[in-house]
Design a protein around this ligand. Structure first.
Ligand code: SF4
Length: 469
């Protein structure tokens, strides 16, 4: 019998590789829990070396599952993972597709619980500002109590979202620090060591009160989704009793203001419509679900007096993090096309049809990669009031629609960039509106010759628009 322990996925994988290579069946292994617990019995058998001649081919999906399930806090996970691995490599290659299988079902449940815990960590972590070791440097600390060992799964998300901050997240089992360059993992700490003072706390509470939607309140659901044990680390939860008391009046006010209208961003437009107040109000927009996952609304950027407006589809990954439109790879290509067309980017106003980033997440090594997802017609419709308000204010002499989404938002759903690209057309906002390729479409084009043609067309269309301003 082997008595083994694993602290994390990598250690388990190393053990499992050796055991599998020596054809050790699951029944001959007793997997112990984390290193915090003692192995009660001395291992009478040393762990076998990996056999160079035995190549084990494991489905990629299993490795992805295993990395997540390894974070589940239970002794059962290592045994279950090894038994599943054994079965996958001993004649049951398609095992993961059999959802009724007991092992697959258990793995699926564990994966679901861990994924849910990661989601909660992303939603409920609240940083507090603390004195930093280095002068003139701000540091932030958060205390969180997850159900599972998920710090390494969730940390890359925080490093992307709070890239410019120096922060630490403490949990009972592990901690992680982002030093603006890399993630550094350490041991867990008790809650008593987390700082209590928070200069940002009042600001956050004000923000929460402004976004609190009483019509969505179901207290039991709230407690399930936002477990009460997370409340002490979330300053806004102090407001919940008062907000609940005021909820019925607030619902009435909301119903009054929305009755008879489809839900669009129109309800979030400020009374005073200048670019600064519109930009600020867009941060509170909840007219569609895109705001729930994006970092922030990315509003248009440029001068109110701009004679040329460029409209893209939606912010990308980098724009979402920086809060500015067209700063990612497509933005760099656009800058270069503008320069070639003789246009100074500072002279134009650049915006998007949809203000929040829509994406899907794909596993990438130990983190996730956010991939652009096209907004649907409901989201485009909901967001349109922001674009209309921008165009109403600026009243440019020419508009360039970059790609199909803005072109269809302006000219209608039947508009095809491939048919009507480069034509100067009249719209509600100006006499010269032109549709052309989105720079991102050029970046995705695999054929170099076609890509060069599209770039020439983009530059020519930008120049045509600039010529009429
Ligand atoms: S995408 Fe537009 S409509 Fe949807 S929440 Fe964001 S700003 Fe509002």
């Amino acid at each position: 019998m082997f008595f083994l322990q694993a602290d994390d996925y990598h250690q388990w994988r190393d053990h499992a590789r050796r055991l599998l290579s020596a054809e050790v069946p699951p029944a001959e292994i007793h997997w112990n829990s984390d290193s915090s617990q003692q192995v009660l019995f001395a291992d009478p058998r040393p762990l076998p070396e990996c056999s160079a001649s035995r190549k084990v081919n494991v489905p990629k999906a299993f490795l992805e599952w295993a990395e997540i399930v390894a974070c589940y806090c239970s002794d059962r996970r290592w045994q279950l993972l090894y038994r599943t691995l054994w079965r996958l490599t001993h004649g049951e290659r398609n095992l993961l597709e059999i959802v009724t299988d007991d092992d697959v079902h258990q793995l699926g449940q564990m994966k679901k619980m861990v994924t849910r815990d990661v989601h909660k960590m992303k939603a409920f972590v609240r940083f507090r500002k603390v004195e930093a070791a280095a002068p003139a440097q701000e540091a932030y600390v958060a205390w969180h109590r997850p159900d599972h060992r998920i710090v390494r799964l969730a940390a890359p998300f925080f490093s992307r979202r709070f890239k410019e901050m120096h922060w630490t997240i403490l949990t009972p089992l592990e901690s992680v620090t982002w030093n603006q360059k890399e993630l550094v993992y350490g041991p867990g700490v008790p809650a008593s060591e987390a700082p209590q003072d928070d200069a940002l706390e009042d600001l956050w509470k004000t923000y929460y009160a402004s976004i609190f939607n009483p019509a969505r309140i179901k207290v039991s659901m709230m407690k399930r989704e936002m477990p009460v044990r997370h409340w002490p680390t979330m300053p806004e939860t102090e407001l919940i009793p008062d907000l609940l008391r005021e909820a019925s009046q607030r619902v009435d006010r909301m119903v009054d203001s929305t009755e008879g209208f489809a839900k669009t961003a129109a309800h979030y437009l400020p009374d005073q419509k200048d670019l600064a107040s519109l930009r600020s109000a867009a941060q509170s927009c909840r007219a569609c679900d895109l705001c729930q996952h994006a970092t922030q609304a990315v509003f248009g950027e440029g001068r109110r007096q701009a004679s040329l407006v460029l409209i893209g589809e939606q912010p990308g990954d980098q724009e979402d993090l920086e809060g500015r439109p067209f700063v990612g790879p497509a933005g760099q290509l656009l800058d270069s096309a503008l320069a070639t067309a003789g246009i100074n980017r500072d002279d134009v106003y650049v915006t998007n049809v949809v203000k929040h980033f829509k994406f899907t997440e794909q596993p990438l090594n130990r983190g996730k990669r956010r991939l652009h997802k096209k907004p649907n017609s409901r989201e485009i419709y909901a967001c349109r009031p922001w674009l209309e308000a921008e165009l109403d204010l600026i009243r440019p002499q020419a508009i360039v629609c970059l790609g199909a989404t803005p072109a269809q938002a302006i000219f209608g759903r039947d508009f095809r960039v491939s048919h009507s690209r480069g034509q100067l057309l009249r719209t509600d906002w100006c006499n010269h509106t032109i549709a052309t390729w989105h720079p991102a479409a050029l970046l995705r084009m695999p054929n170099a010759e076609r890509r060069a043609e599209m770039l020439d067309a983009l530059i020519a269309d930008l120049a045509s628009a600039a010529a009429v301003t």
